[in-house]
Ligand binder design. Structure first.
Ligand code: JFZ
Length: 334
């Protein structure tokens, strides 16, 4: 573990990127603002899979995406690693997956591979790179936890089968979730590892799965590549965390330094995915203070940006990166 984490411990500052089909909507569904995280728009509005596929995912066609320019901006800000959402809770893969058809090539007919472009650009500039992969929630898959509006799947907001601990009340549903894990999640993770050799995989919302299912996923990743760093939201239960470090809560206000390796994940405004209706970005000095505080307490900052559906970085996010870069140029160590 110490060896795996060596680069991560030194990195201190990275860029989190929430970018996918939801970025096309920018936090607005049918002329109404989406309350809460923009990347949750499908769940919050209970948008049917067919509608989301045709009206949202099929339109994710980021012609203006320029990974080299993204990486240049990140590097200028002093960031040393980048983690992008390969598949968020909506289930849509932003790489041309051979394992599952719900992806950027087969649904949006976009012929480029955004993950490959980012990986190549990052490595060319000396940044480490990896992927967020929603291993629990998948709102498109008929067997995965979360979607209780199209399907009668467990772990939805309002469904028959409740949220937390659904597997204790309904153990018979675990077989259904197994189908998703063995048919999609694990094969896609193996595909990501074999194809792009990520330095890190970032998992989320583990409590939607029974612990042993979380553990199975971590095991599959370790078997595929023992050097991949795994964050702290992959597999955990009372007192046990199978990841390599701890993640604090989403909001930086809840910065909770812990002994050992930890990472905070502030975002530039209030959402992770692009939200055109949330113009309230935190000022540059806020992030500089946060960086200094975090670094002094032995943690990493993974600062999130939400690029637009066309592939460009939202100007307020770009300004924040540039502003941090100005400070780094004077005060950072390189
Ligand atoms: C999750 C996601 O649902 C969200 O869309 C985003 O990707 C974020 C980084 O992670 O949301 C969470 C997860 C954990 C907490 C809060 C929101 N938490 O521990 O407080």
């Amino acid at each position: 573990r110490d060896q795996r984490l060596e680069w991560w411990r030194e990195a201190r500052f990275g860029c989190f990127v929430h970018w996918g089909a939801y970025s096309v909507l920018g936090g607005e569904w049918k002329d109404r603002p989406n309350p809460g995280y923009a990347e949750h728009i499908m769940r919050v509005n209970r948008i049917p899979v067919e509608t989301y596929k045709n009206e949202v995912a099929a339109k994710f066609h980021p012609d203006a995406y320029d990974a080299k320019s993204w990486v240049r901006q990140m590097k200028a800000a002093g960031m040393q690693y980048v983690i992008i959402t390969s598949k968020h809770h909506d289930g849509f893969a932003i790489w041309p997956s051979e394992v599952n058809k719900y992806n950027i090539r087969d649904v949006a007919h976009f012929q480029r591979d955004p993950l490959k472009e980012l990986v190549d650009a990052a490595r060319a500039e000396g940044l480490h790179v990896g992927f967020y992969y929603s291993h629990a929630f998948d709102w498109e898959d008929p067997n995965a936890p979360g979607n209780d509006w199209d399907y009668t799947n467990p772990a939805g907001d309002k469904g028959l089968f409740g949220g937390l601990n659904w597997y204790n009340a309904h153990p018979e549903l675990v077989a259904k979730v197994d189908k998703y894990i063995d048919g999609k999640a694990i094969p896609q993770l193996k595909e990501l590892i074999a194809r792009y050799h990520p330095d890190i995989l970032w998992f989320d919302t583990p409590s939607k799965l029974p612990f042993y299912e979380q553990a199975r996923i971590v095991k599959a990743v370790r078997e595929a590549d023992p050097n991949v760093v795994i964050n702290g939201r992959a597999a955990r239960t009372k007192g046990v965390n199978l990841g390599d470090y701890l993640d604090t809560a989403d909001r930086p206000e809840e910065l909770r330094p812990t002994p050992g390796d930890w990472e905070a994940i502030p975002t530039t405004n209030e959402s992770y995915g692009y939200d055109k209706l949330d113009p309230v970005h935190k000022p540059v000095p806020y992030f500089i203070q946060l960086l200094a505080k975090t670094s002094a307490k032995g943690g990493n900052i993974l600062l999130n940006i939400g690029p637009k559906g066309d592939g460009t970085i939202d100007p307020p996010d770009a300004e924040i990166l540039a502003g941090i870069g100005k400070w780094m140029a004077v005060n950072g160590e390189s």
